[in-house]
Design a protein around this ligand. Structure first.
Ligand code: PFF
Length: 520
């Protein structure tokens, strides 16, 4: 065993855990994990992905992906964090020194996602207020790109747009205060308040949408099954991709959150709750969004497939149109954008905690210092790259590449390394089985070691070939190279470099006396 570092290893379990912070109960952890999982992916990505990939028939690949890859990988993340009680890099290093670079790679990915995700939350904040007086008039699209973003495409500028900058700074100030308040008083308390609020606001939105004229046509479009889609490999790829992003797995988030949970917690049971709550929310979002799109189609006298969109287009162009046309539109707008804002904030704090906890562990910093060390550069990068007139183009590119050649790639590598490189699965299963209600055995190991890596490996390969063949989104090649491939490569290189520089000995996770007695 290595020599304990300053303030680590040697300290009794309670002192060390108190210093790191912890969730006060299993319930708070579950709410925080749901808060992370339920994000923009659920609201603006899932409905579209389901619609495009077989509609009602998408349930089958979706459930298969959830059961064969999503939940098994979630348990893997939980096992690492819960067993080793550290940030993603520290937990992986405690599992095996060879796995540490994976953790830093994930930290890099999280930093990149955080800096652009905050901008979308800032847009949502601004649009919550725009909804009140329908500021976009009769041209939501022109308003979004022209008046609001002052978008200047193509090329990159440093012209900051004040209308984006101000809400962006507010978002950063809010999340950094939450981060500074710590695991329980910050992240935990925010989730306890925000998640019920989100369910209420979004639930009200769905109910209101269902009463709009044309809602049934929208639902029909979403749910009519196209069974032929099941033989299409790209549909299965879409299901696996959606599940990974939506459950927040492979980002290091769930490793980090699990490290703050009491030792005798039933982690597998908690994972099932989180997984099904997240999918339930996706279904709800599908219903709400398509009911509203059905109304939009009817009001415009066109078929539903002509109004379907996702992401930025759905939120900032289609929804404003719906808000302008529906009776009581302002209320729909406030509920929709406030939901995006809340869902976004609880995801953003989870991704920032990955970076903050890693920096704390590595440099032995207090929370305040670490929040400033991460928060100030993140705010500056976020402002310089994304609150400018070219911000949306850069955001679109970074988002596309980092999700594929960051998250998915890191997830596949992590499964392969842990299953075949360091052969950790039996001991990780044994760890979760000690207190878990769902026991993991050979089936779980086969899913994590074989099925999920093969399925995701396939998804990645086909995405890679597509991306090489068709330059994404018609953006200029140099921008794709710099912000797309460049960013994805940079986080990997930086991750490896950090893992191999100034390597201090890894201290073991603090041992809890009750566990020692239990003869671990
Ligand atoms: N599960 C999240 C979502 O569906 O939006 C994924 C996520 C994105 C988590 C960005 C955290 C984050 F900052």
């Amino acid at each position: 065993m290595t020599t304990p570092g300053p303030g680590q290893g040697a300290a009794p379990a309670e002192t060390q855990e108190a210093r790191r912070g912890a969730f006060s109960s299993r319930k708070v952890f579950i709410l925080a994990a749901i808060g992370s999982a339920v994000g923009l992916g659920n609201i603006w990505r899932f409905p579209y992905v389901a619609y495009e990939n077989g509609g009602g028939a998408f349930v089958i690949p979706y459930l298969v992906a959830l059961l064969t890859a999503g939940l098994p990988f979630l348990f893997l993340d939980y096992a690492l964090g819960h067993k080793h009680r550290g940030s993603a890099p520290l937990s992986l290093a405690r599992e095996s020194r060879k796995a540490e670079p994976l953790g830093w790679w994930q930290v890099g990915i999280c930093f990149v996602i955080a800096v652009y995700y905050a901008v979308i939350i800032a847009y949502s904040l601004r649009y919550t207020f725009f909804s009140i007086d329908k500021a976009w008039g009769d041209d939501p699209e022109g308003y979004f790109f022209g008046d609001f973003l002052q978008a200047n495409d193509p090329g990159v500028t440093l012209d900051v747009v004040p209308g984006v900058l101000v809400p962006l700074l507010l978002v950063w100030a809010l999340v950094l205060v939450i981060m500074w308040l710590g695991v329980q008083k910050g992240i935990g308390a925010t989730s306890v308040v925000f998640i019920p609020l989100l369910v209420l606001a979004f639930g009200a939105l769905v109910v209101r949408s269902l009463f709009l004229p044309g809602a049934a046509d929208g639902l029909d479009a979403l749910f009519s099954p196209d069974w032929g889609a099941l033989t299409d490999a790209s549909v299965w790829a879409a299901a696996y991709g959606q599940i990974f992003f939506s459950l927040s797995i492979g980002f290091g988030i769930m490793i980090t959150y699990a490290s703050y949970v009491g030792r005798r917690t039933d982690m597998t049971g908690s994972g099932l709750v989180v997984g099904f709550a997240n999918s339930g929310f996706e279904l709800l979002a599908g219903i709400g969004v398509f009911a509203a799109l059905g109304f939009m189609a009817q009001a415009g006298g066109v078929a539903v497939d002509e109004v379907v969109s996702n992401g930025i287009g759905l939120a900032f162009i289609a929804f404003p149109t719906i808000i302008s046309e529906a009776a009581g539109g302002s209320l729909i707008g406030v509920l929709f954008f406030a939901s995006l804002f809340i869902a976004g904030i609880t995801s953003l704090i989870s991704i920032l905690e990955v970076v903050i906890s890693a920096v704390r562990d590595r440099f032995d910093l207090g929370r305040t210092t670490a929040v400033l060390a991460v928060g100030i550069p993140a705010t500056v990068v976020s402002v310089l790259l994304f609150s400018t007139t070219s911000g949306l183009t850069v955001l679109d590119i970074v988002d596309f590449f980092i999700n594929r050649f960051g998250i998915l790639l890191a997830a596949v590598v992590m499964m392969v390394v842990l299953a075949w490189g360091v052969r950790s699965l039996p001991s990780l299963a044994a760890h979760l089985n000690r207190h878990g209600s769902l026991k993991l055995g050979r089936v779980w190991m086969a899913l994590v070691g074989v099925v999920a890596p093969l399925a995701l490996g396939y998804v990645l390969l086909s995405e890679f070939l597509d991306t090489v063949e068709t330059p994404y989104g018609g953006h200029p090649t140099w921008m794709l190279n710099v912000f797309g491939w460049g960013t994805a490569a940079l986080v990997l290189v930086v991750g490896v470099v950090i893992a191999f520089t100034r390597r201090a000995p890894v201290t073991p996770a603090p041992v809890d006396d009750s566990e020692k007695e239990a003869g671990r």
